[in-house]
Design a binder for this molecule. Structure first.
Ligand SMILES: [Zn+2]
Length: 433
């Protein structure tokens, strides 16, 4: 059995990792300053030259890049090499505005696939595995990233792409897929379909690598139980390369960031100030090995916590929590940071579906928050005392999660308006004053 595990990198000492980061950062800043006029101008506006960046300690001096910069520089204003050296592009879906187009040299593709290979190994993969890639192929990075990683590990790779669930299940049973890579919501759907067809016994899956959308621990347990697998989280974004920027190991206690390629920081989303380890804030990445699209201090808008404690798996690279929300979704209520995803977790834990609305208001100079939640048809009742007991239960559960009082109003099934696109979850009336 061939194993792709690279302990000399993944379990390197912190001193070694820091040394790689210092050297690569200095080199990368020079590369960007010399070859990306857009960023050079940003540095010059702050009076910076590459000589000001001598180590990771100087990273905080550099300006941030945001999604707005990427849109402004569209399509190739942030590319750091001649087009003749680029071999690939990928792109975001563009659901929230102009698409972001990311460029790759062959070296960039290699390092990205290497990151995905580490994720597959961390999920128990070796050259004896059959990797079933049911992420979309095409402009989306999901399919291509895990596909390339699977090749590196030497797995038999099934480039299924998404959709056609009957064919997915047939290949899974006929070809003996052992590791599935897809979005968690598709994994949940597949597991339902497999159970409906009564094919659980014919599935050889042992693990799954799920990412590209938010999912809760409850969903993880559900998928693990239904498919009889261990479910691993993976994180990444097109701007930074794609999936595999970080990935979960067998300890399932956060995702190891590939620190030989990316330097993470956590900042206060409002002030931009760098926060100490262990504090919750916006995740920022600096790419120290990429050539074509070498973003420095890119603000992901994902709210996370970094954990540098020793991991049981032996890997030494820092772990990031699952994103707890988007910095642009974060609500500040009575001075407390509240994320809609925290509220959703409480609702799902208590047997409700994700049909809810959060109404924030300001009464007598004080913030108020109300959560309107639909009862499921099973729990729907005309008994006022039953409903108020349920509401009280949710108020307590929310207080446990958020640390503040939130009013809860239960409403009849199907009364909250459904939207075709992204659901409107938050109504912040404070902005109207
Ligand atoms: Zn680990």
């Amino acid at each position: 059995m061939e194993n792709y595990f690279q302990p000399e990198i993944e379990c390197a000492s912190r001193e070694q990792i820091r040394q790689w980061q210092d050297e690569r950062l200095v080199k990368q800043v020079k590369h960007v300053y010399d070859n990306v006029p857009y960023y050079r101008k940003m540095m010059e506006e702050k009076g910076l030259t590459p000589a000001d960046i001598q180590s990771v300690d100087d990273l905080h001096k550099l300006p941030f890049l945001t999604k707005d910069d990427l849109r402004e520089a569209y399509p190739n204003g942030l590319v750091g090499v001649p087009m003749s050296e680029c071999v690939r592009i990928h792109s975001t879906s563009g659901t929230t505005g102009r698409r972001v187009v990311a460029y790759y040299t062959q070296h960039d593709v290699d390092l990205w696939e290497d990151c995905c290979a580490r994720a597959i190994v961390a999920a128990g993969g070796s050259d004896e595995d059959v990797v079933h890639v049911a992420y979309g192929y095409g402009l989306f990075t999901g399919g291509a990233g895990l596909h390339g990683g699977s090749h590196k590990v030497g797995c038999l790779t099934l480039p299924m792409s998404s959709g056609n669930t009957d064919r997915q299940i047939q290949f899974m049973t006929d070809l003996g897929s052992t590791i599935i890579c897809c979005t968690p919501s598709y994994a949940a759907y597949l597991s339902e379909s497999i159970i409906e067809k009564g094919l659980q016994d014919q599935i050889k899956l042992k693990s799954g690598i799920f990412g590209a959308e938010a999912w809760t621990q409850e969903m993880r347990r559900d998928i693990e139980q239904k498919l009889g697998i261990k479910a691993f989280d993976i994180y990444g974004l097109t701007e930074i390369s794609g999936p595999g920027v970080s990935y979960e190991c067998s300890a399932q206690g956060g995702m190891h960031i590939n620190e030989d390629h990316f330097i993470p920081e956590i900042i206060d989303p409002n002030t931009g100030e760098v926060l100490p380890d262990g504090e919750k804030g916006e995740l920022v990445f600096t790419c120290i090995t990429k050539e074509a699209f070498p973003l420095l201090r890119y603000r992901t808008r994902d709210i996370c916590v970094l954990n540098r404690e020793k991991c049981a798996c032996g890997r030494t690279h820092v772990r990031m929590s699952k994103p707890m929300g988007r910095s642009d979704d974060m609500l500040i209520i009575k001075g407390v940071n509240v994320f809609p995803s925290q509220i959703e977790t409480v609702l799902l834990n208590n047997g409700y579906a994700a049909n809810y609305q959060i109404i924030v208001d300001r009464v007598n100079h004080g913030d108020t928050i109300e959560v309107q939640v639909e009862m499921t048809p099973e729990m729907f009742s005309d008994s006022l005392s039953e409903v108020s007991a349920r509401e009280k239960e949710l108020v307590n559960a929310l207080k446990g999660m958020l640390g503040i009082y939130a009013k809860v109003t239960l409403v009849a099934p199907k009364t909250i308006t459904r939207s075709e696109g992204k659901a409107v979850r938050i109504i912040d009336k404070r902005k109207l004053y």
